[in-house]
Design a protein around this ligand. Structure first.
Ligand SMILES: [Mg+2]
Length: 259
């Protein structure tokens, strides 16, 4: 068969909070040496693709920003597909403002009429923003959330993710919030289209059984789970392959793809 292509999650697979997961850079170099393509797909909303690139390269990777597809990019592409110029109430870090502005949209953090309410992750969300978001949705704004991950791993500490914030808003509005990131099938479809990978030839590598593994399997991809990050304590079923960490990728690749 052709060399497989890969979608690779970042947090919990390539790094754990600020720390490198050993063997990650060598495994990505190995994939390059085998002419296997990869795209890093992440639900991280707090950094732009170039911020993520900088962070990864600072700890030892050699990644270009084109090899990173963050959910914030998928979200702005969703907005682009429906609005030529949208006015957006944003919850999330400031990098999101410049991303949406660079695509011709306008953003606000104030209680004023908007087309969309867009929710990304901030480390400490503010109930005042959720209060404004509820009123804007009731007034007709489309509610969009970048994902609903319950938690994220931060260097040995498990912190609450965007999911509880999305749940808080959803509990106070009638309209269903549109979800963009993993595990939504649309996210994987968008990433396949962007990368130009054939679905049948693409393998998702992730640490989270629901977000990465079930999501990718639901989109028709094969799946490889690592036992790092969220994979340390989670149940490991429903994936095609399991590895202790990304460091074991070359050996697994050679034995499965006959190289
Ligand atoms: Mg992860």
């Amino acid at each position: 068969m052709a060399q497989p292509d890969f979608f690779i999650d970042i947090d919990g697979v390539l790094c754990d909070g600020p720390n490198l997961i050993n063997g990650g850079p060598e495994s990505l170099s190995f994939l390059r040496s085998q002419n296997s393509r990869f795209l890093l797909v992440t639900n991280t909303t707090r950094m732009s693709a170039s911020d993520i690139q900088y962070k990864l390269n600072d700890i030892g990777y050699k990644i270009s920003s084109e090899e990173i597809f963050p959910v914030s990019q998928a979200t702005v592409e969703y907005v682009n597909s429906r609005y030529s110029h949208a006015h957006c109430f944003l919850i999330g870090d400031e990098n999101l403002d410049s991303l949406f502005r660079s695509h011709g949209h306008t953003v606000t953090r104030s209680d004023e009429p908007v087309d969309l309410v867009i929710i990304g992750h901030v480390q400490w969300a503010h109930f005042g923003e959720i209060d404004i978001a509820r009123r804007l949705v009731e007034a007709g704004a489309e509610p969009v959330a970048m994902h609903k991950d319950p938690t994220w791993p931060d260097g040995g500490i498990t912190r609450i993710g965007l999911g509880p914030i999305v749940a808080a808003l959803q509990s106070a509005i009638a309209r269903k919030i549109t979800l963009i990131g993993k595990p939504e099938t649309t996210f994987f479809e968008t990433a396949l289209a962007r990368a130009g990978y054939p679905r049948s030839n693409t393998i998702m590598i992730g640490d989270s059984p629901q977000t990465d593994i079930a999501g990718a399997a639901g989109a028709g991809l094969r799946t490889l789970q690592v036992r790092t990050g969220n994979g340390v304590s989670s149940s490991l079923n429903g994936c095609d392959w399991i590895l202790d960490s990304i460091a074991d990728l070359p050996q697994w690749y050679r034995s499965n793809f006959n190289r």
